[in-house]
Write a protein that binds this ligand. Structure first.
Ligand SMILES: Nc1ncnc2c1ncn2[C@@H]1O[C@H](COP(=O)(O)OP(=O)(O)OP(=O)(O)O)[C@@H](O)[C@H]1O
Length: 262
């Protein structure tokens, strides 16, 4: 009962995919998932398994074929885009963002759902922006134009923008693509801190399964059009990662928690 109370976003019998020549092509079928405050959840699966499609659907950016996404007992599709943007911030790969903006200007965009049509920032908005910049350790770079940032610094700035949006839920699509191991680890550690210290609900798609095994609280694994959710420990014990890759090419060693080539 207590557990049911703390669910912030859930989906029930959610089927998502694309329509081609009037034919529905499902990518993920009948998913039942729950996201809770203070938890860092990762969404994994092989290339093309449907991670981005499912994330966009859970964020309300893509209409599902069937089933529902429910935020705090309210169906997500009943919320206006404005109301939704006060609940869920989304960091997508390949978003059109002017890199001429400074870090500060980019992070300030996170306050758009709260500002008037002139976009004038209040003292309250500025406090949120400063806090977001501090949490992502971008103070020294705040006046730097985004084109002069490294990929890792730019990802931090995008996360800061999401933090400035001050939503209970943050969703990110592959935020560590193109980053080296050190910077991947630093982004995942930051996301875990955001969930645990700021009590946010964080959902992030990734291919860095080994790295997030020790950092995330729960994982959603997409395999053969099904999405299952559990703790990393339980998924490992259930042998899920051993069967993740096709044609028996890649195995998973439960003791070292590492993948190996067969
Ligand atoms: N706009 C679209 N129209 C039609 N099919 C699409 C569209 N976007 C994605 N797909 C298809 O849906 C499937 C899932 O794609 P998706 O990008 O969600 O997978 P993914 O797990 O995020 O992949 P990756 O790990 O490669 O980023 C793929 O077969 C893809 O070709």
């Amino acid at each position: 009962m207590e557990q049911a109370k703390s669910v912030l976003l859930k989906c029930e019998a959610l089927s998502v995919g694309y329509t081609s020549s009037s034919l529905e092509k499902p990518i993920v079928k009948e998913a039942n998932l729950q996201l809770k405050p203070g938890m860092f959840t990762t969404l994994v699966g092989i290339n093309g398994s449907g991670k981005s499609t499912l994330l966009r659907s859970l964020a309300g950016l893509q209409k599902p074929f069937s089933g529902s996404v429910i935020l705090n007992d309210i169906p997500l599709n009943k919320l206006s885009p404005d109301a939704r943007s006060k609940c869920i911030s989304v960091v997508l790969t390949g978003q059109q963002i002017s890199k001429n903006l400074s870090v500060l200007e980019l992070v300030a965009l996170g306050r758009q759902p709260y500002t008037n049509w002139l976009g004038k920032l209040s003292a309250h908005d500025k406090t949120h922006i400063d806090q977001a910049i501090a949490s992502t350790q971008l103070e020294a770079l705040q006046h730097t134009p985004c084109y002069a940032l490294s990929d890792g610094q730019f990802q931090r700035a995008l996360i800061a923008r999401a933090l400035a949006q001050d939503t209970p839920i943050i969703m990110l699509d592959e935020p560590t693509t193109h980053l080296d191991l050190h910077h991947k680890a630093s982004i995942f550690t930051l996301l875990s801190e955001i969930a645990h210290k700021h009590h946010k609900t964080v959902l992030c798609t990734t291919h860095d399964i080994e790295l997030v095994l020790s950092l995330c609280d729960e994982m959603i694994v997409i395999q053969n059009e099904k999405a299952q959710q559990n703790t990393p420990q339980q998924l490992i014990a259930d042998g899920v990662f051993n069967q993740l890759f096709p044609s028996n090419s890649i195995g998973f060693d439960q003791n070292s928690r590492r993948f190996f080539i067969k």
